[in-house]
Ligand binder design. Structure first.
Ligand code: G3P
Ligand code: MG
Length: 243
């Protein structure tokens, strides 16, 4: 049903391009990644945009909460210069713009629903509706740390596969993920064990682990049976896994 590749670029290719932008998607593609992970949020006027933080401050020349800015206001911002002068002029992309680029590059994706507080359900609903309306590429994965977002995705877009995100898997991860109809588990690498990877596979789910930038760690995780490594450095990790 889902077939995520061994390497998934994190926020595009976060180490080498401004995260969650079109140039970061292109960079991931240049580094050989066939899928990327990115974060999705709603603007004040309900557009779905690629953005990690609740505020605009760190990754653009804007200020204040994303949830209080309209798409027109957000589109005037520079989302590249903070990363390096070569990226000046890059803008915050909409989900539709990102999907159009990924389609043209033949890529696939994991969309992480990263709602602003109080917008858990509507962020998932609007993002999933846009994916269903616009995406014709490889089956994506919709993931979130927010159970309410996964439940909204399950209720309104059940055909889109869901991924259960957690920094650390608690005791009830399997029951919780199954209740939400998840087909993948996305744990952070720090608390992951070989046994937990066995348990995920035994549950019949994919394991996509983040954010892995150390070659030795990536090799170990793959040896444990992890399906996908979500990394800021797709080319380096691909090289490590090949060698
Ligand atoms: O989806 C994996 C990873 O991106 C989750 O953490 O904070 O980088 O969105 P974060
Ligand atoms: Mg993310």
């Amino acid at each position: 049903m889902i077939n995520p590749p061994r390497i998934v670029g994190h926020r595009g290719a976060k180490a080498n391009a401004p995260e969650n932008t079109l140039v970061a998607i292109r960079r991931a593609h240049e580094e050989g990644a066939t899928w990327i992970e990115f974060d999705a949020k709603l603007t004040k006027d309900n557009a779905v945009v690629l953005m990690h933080d609740e505020t605009l401050d760190r990754t653009s020349n804007g200020k204040g909460p994303v949830a209080e800015a309209t798409l027109a206001e957000i589109k005037k911002l520079d989302a590249g210069a903070w990363f390096g002068p070569a990226f000046k002029g890059e803008t915050i992309p909409t989900l539709e713009e990102a999907m159009a680029l990924m389609a043209s590059l033949g890529m696939g994706f994991n969309i992480e629903i990263k709602p602003c507080p109080g917008r858990e359900a509507e962020t998932a609903e609007r993002a999933c509706a846009s994916v269903l309306a616009n995406w014709r590429g490889p089956t994506p994965i919709v993931s979130s740390f927010k159970r309410q977002s996964l439940a909204a995705a399950q209720a309104t877009a059940p055909s889109l596969p869901r991924g259960y995100l957690a920094e650390e898997l608690g005791r009830s991860w399997r029951a919780d993920a199954e209740a939400l109809g998840c087909v993948a588990i996305h744990p952070g690498w720090k608390h992951l064990t070989r046994q937990l990877v066995r348990d995920i596979k035994e549950a019949g789910m994919k394991a996509l682990v983040w954010t892995v930038n150390e070659p030795a760690r990536a090799r170990e995780l793959v040896a444990w049976g992890v399906d996908s490594i979500i990394t800021d450095r797709p080319a380096d990790i691909a090289k490590a896994l090949a060698g």
